[in-house]
Structures are given as structure tokens and as C-alpha cells.
Design a protein around this ligand. Sequence first.
Ligand SMILES: [Zn+2]
Length: 496
Amino acid sequence: MFPLTEENKHVAQLLFNTGTCPRCIFRFCGVDFHAPYKLSYKELLNELQKFLKTEKGELILEASNPPPKKIRLHELEDGIDGTDNRSQNGEGRVSVVEDGSIASKNSNPNVCNVCLGILQEFCEKEFIKKVCQKVEASGFEFTNLVFSVSFPPQLSVREHAAWLLVKQEMGKQSLSLGRNDIVQLKEAYKWITHPLFSEELGVPIDGKSVFTRMAVMKALNKIKEEDFCKQFPCPPNSPKAVCTVLEMECAHGAVFVAGRYNKYSRNLPQTPWIIDGERKLESSVEELISDHLLTVFKAESFNFSSSGREDVDVRTLGNGRPFAIELVNPHRVRFTAQEMKALQQKINSSSNKIQVRDLQLVTREAIGHMKEGEEEKTKTYSALIWTNKAIRKEDIEFLNDMKDLKIDQKTPLRVLHRRPLAVRSRTIHAMEACYVDAHHFRLQLKTQAGTYIKEFVHGDFGRTKPNLGSLMNVTADILELDVESVDVDWPPPLDD
Ligand SMILES: [Zn+2]
């Protein structure tokens, strides 16, 4: 199990003498299998000391029990000021006491001069427990965990110094040591801690998690070795304390909810209507839906998206408009179909301006279905139209006979402040007019998505050609508009 061989001995001894921990020694010796790192710290230290004591070819007899007598190895005196003074030939101040456990002379064990205790104290069960308690106290529902650690930037500098030391030493023996020959601290830390987290929390731990500071790494790659050695002790000096954990944060990945909504108000925008910081209308479709979701999912914020949108004075009827909501950092994520239905009912009973159907949890990927091919989809509208001249029977028949009418629409004046000026071709697939009185009729339109209906009716000062007014040779205006259907077959309908 002990992974070091005779050829590692020189480097191991050198690092050990300068105050490096066994796991960091493994890293610098390129030990790239996980098992040795996972041994208990005291076992590692024992084995390492035994290894370093061994002469080449010497046989070690394993004692099945630790010696009954208290043996002190390489004990050094404390400095007068009570700090760790390590001698240059540098045996660590570690004692083997009679129960076989390793105890440092004071309560503070020798902190590794390379990892600052990260492969010592922060790999111990006690620390793992502390993190897990934090995770459990955060109240998240979760099925896997991504554990991200931000290490102090000076770790990279210490690592660099230790690397230079070992590289120089190996150079004397005509051996080389590349940066990639060393096992990265974050890798070793992952190997040791992820199984422990997984065991403690009962969920898989994601591996792509730990990161270091890129800026420091880049600077270290640029600095000349002799310049570095002028600025930083090589080997790195022994710290007086382990580094401290500044903060622990828990967060949950986003979840997505989709459905279809109806809008029954002509005085409700889809998203909050705010001009120059001032709110124009008190509510919006997205708020009427999302406020409930935020509460129930205990989420931090949301992002609303939909298959197109309607104007504030346009209703959306029929099957409704598909929408999706991303819930950011939700604490609750598991909902049964029953609970989703109850949530839908809660939304629906809280307002008569909107209704929601087919409310369901979906994946991030599935939301693509809502957006894909949006331009090719058709939409059906119903408009109430006024004309200045009396409507004739021939006008109605003329409109009803028209199929796949091509129109060109310059960007409407009313949206020119937020959309670039362009001419778009659109198709009115079919129309069906229904006489109301001499100056009013209802018009059903089936159009390509993205057609500006209001402009098709009144012509937008000739910017839409042809338009209803030019076709009928009248002045026409639109009094009411409803979206009757949005032909996107997502999200899938649910049984009631
Ligand atoms: Zn270390």
C-alpha cells in the first residue's frame, strides 16, 4: 500500500525535512493512484517515517502491535518563543506514543509548508462533518453535490517554491521534474474528500469542482526561477497555523418549470412595465405566475421566457401561450404531480387576469423546444375591426377567399425605438370575416409567427403593404385583438 520506492527516497527525505506533509510528498513523487492518499494521517506519517529510516535493501519486520513503550522519534526542543523551530536536518516534531497514535508536541500539529494543512486538517473527518452540517443546515433538497473550493493564492506560490526545490535536487541526479509530473493539490484533495462527503451525505459528489487562482498561476509561469527564489523562501517556510476556512456557501442548481398561460386582461403587460424607473402598471403575467413559484420552491430569483409575447392590451385565449421559468437557487425541488397541480390551482385562484395550465417541471434542454422554429410556427388571432365606410357582403367574401397573402412590413413605428429598421415579409395564411354591424366586423387571422397584426389592419401609414385598408379600399382600424392560439406543441399537455 505504501507507494514510495527507493528512487523517491531522496526527494521524500528532502521534503520531509523542510516540513512537508506525507500527502504532499506523495504528490511531488508523482503518486497518482488514490488509495495511499486516503490512509489516515497517523498511518501515513508512521509509514513514511519507517520508509525514511529504512536503508536500501533493509528488511522491515512488521510488528502486529505497536511497541508497548513510549518511543519518541526525532524530538526537538521548542523555540524559546514557543514557535516551531525546525532544525535544518529537520526531523518533524512528531512523537509516536504508546497507543501508536501520532501526536504533536503541542496542540497544533506541524502544519505542512506546502499545503498549509489542507491535506492534513481539512481531510479529517471532523472537517468533513463540519461542511456536511453546513450543507444540511442550508435546507436544500438535492440529489448530487458540486463541491467547489477556492484555495488561498499563496498556495500556488508555495507549491512553486517546493517544485523548484525538488526540481533542483533531481537535477543533481540528472533527473527532470515537469510541472505536470506533480499531482495537483486540488486533485489529491478531491480524491481524499469526495468519497467522505459522498458517504456522509449519501449523494454523489461532482468532480469538476475545485479551482485555483489563474492570475497567480500565470505570473508564476512567467517569473524567472532565480527571481522567484529572491522573493520567496525555497523551500517554503513552515507556517505557524493551518489556513482558515473563511466561508462556506451552499447553493442549488437552477430548476425549470413550464406551462401555458392565458391572459384575460387588456391592461396587463407580460413583463413588468417600467419606464425611467417608474412602474406603469401594477402587475404583469410573469409576476402573477412566478411569485408563487418563488415562494414554493424557496428560490432566490427567476427568469421568465415564453414563445413570443402579446401587447399589454391583447388577450391570449384558447390553449394559451407556452412559457418557462428558471428558478435560481431553489431550496425545494421535489414535487409530485399532485403538488404541481395544487400549485397551479393556487396561481389560478389568486388572479382572474391570468390562468395557467400544464404546469410541470422540465429540463433546461427541453426549453429549446419552445424557442426552436418559432418563426415558422403559425398563430391564430381574432380582431374587432372598424371601417369608415359601410361594409359590403362582397368585402366579407373577398377576405374569406384570400389564401397565403404575402405582406411586407417595415418595422412598426411603435416598436422602432427598440427594434432596428427593417422590412420583413410575412404570410397571412387565411382570414375569416364575420359581420357585426355596418362599420364593424370580426376577423379571424391565421398568420406566420411574428406578423404585426395591428399594422396589417391599419397600415401603419403605408409601412405595411398591402394592408386591410388598402385591400378593402377603406380606412380601417383595430379595436380589440386576441391571440386565439399559439401553435407550439410544448410543453406536453397534462391530464386534468
Ligand atoms: Zn501538505
